[in-house]
Design a protein around this ligand. Structure first.
Ligand SMILES: Nc1nc2c(ncn2[C@@H]2O[C@H](COP(=O)(O)OP(=O)(O)OP(=O)(O)O)[C@@H](O)[C@H]2O)c(=O)[nH]1
Ligand SMILES: [Mg+2]
Ligand SMILES: [Zn+2]
Length: 228
């Protein structure tokens, strides 16, 4: 028997609407000369530690603002505020990702007029933040050693949409069964253009190279081009 009802593909429409809103964010940011970095990774992967490393190395050269997005709590915003960096805490109210509309509200609350770089620390999650564009110039994902080198096989989209992969907590390699060469190879197979940096916030290893990469992107954006 023929169906007499309509099937509405909501997810496709939601993502298409989100893409439009992300494009608006991109336009607003680029008119202001501000680069937006979307920092993604699992809970506890080392996102806030990475924000601190960026602020430490590039905070004198660039005017940096930070948006901390969490389901609840304000610990990350407090940590960043201690450095004197402009920061807001966004509560998603339990939502497991930031979308473009939430990001626009965050950017308005933060105020971007005086900022060269805004870092969005996304909600800790390797799944939906990869699906929701926020209008970022740079997508940086973190995979920490304790999570395992098989993550590119299980969460391919996150690796595909990222511009940069930080393999974090490399100081713990000796106690975890983590094969860095395999992790990189799996990630690069999904996304040959990915820039990979092994880093440790404990020893500082690798952050110099990553921040040089970031600095180059910021300089390119200053000259009027896109950061990507
Ligand atoms: N050994 C080691 N521990 C680290 C490193 N980076 C972060 N950590 C620790 O890992 C834990 C989580 O680090 P955060 O930077 O808060 O991670 P996060 O991704 O911001 O966490 P959420 O915001 O809660 O998702 C903290 O106890 C850090 O001290 C590292 O390079 N080496
Ligand atoms: Mg954090
Ligand atoms: Zn989600």
């Amino acid at each position: 028997m023929e169906n007499h009802f309509e099937i509405v593909e909501i997810k496709e429409q939601v993502l298409a609407d989100n893409d439009k809103a992300a494009e608006e964010n991109r336009r607003m940011l680029s008119e202001n000369g501000t680069v937006l970095l979307n920092l993604m990774g699992s809970p506890g992967a080392g996102k806030t530690s990475t924000v601190l490393e960026i602020v430490k190395r590039l905070g004198r050269k660039y005017r940096i603002g930070v948006m901390e997005a969490d389901a609840d709590g304000d610990t990350d915003a407090k940590t960043v505020a201690e450095t004197g960096t402009k920061v807001i805490q966004i509560h998603t109210g339990g939502l497991c990702h930031m979308d473009a509309d939430m990001t626009r509200r965050g950017l308005q609350a933060l105020g971007i007029r005086d900022l060269d770089l805004v870092i969005l620390e996304n909600v800790g999650n390797l799944v939906c933040p990869a699906e929701f564009e926020v209008g970022a110039d740079l997508r940086v994902m973190i995979l920490s050693v304790p999570e395992g080198d098989d993550k590119p096989l299980k969460y391919p989209l996150m690796f595909q949409i990222s511009d940069c992969l930080l393999i974090s907590k490399t100081d713990t390699k000796a106690v975890f069964d983590f094969d860095e060469a395999s992790a990189s190879a799996r990630a690069l197979k999904l996304n040959p253009g990915l820039s990979v940096f092994p880093v440790s916030a404990r020893t500082g290893e690798g952050y110099e190279a990553f921040c040089r990469f970031l600095d180059e992107r910021l300089q390119a954006a200053r000259k009027g081009g896109s950061a990507t």
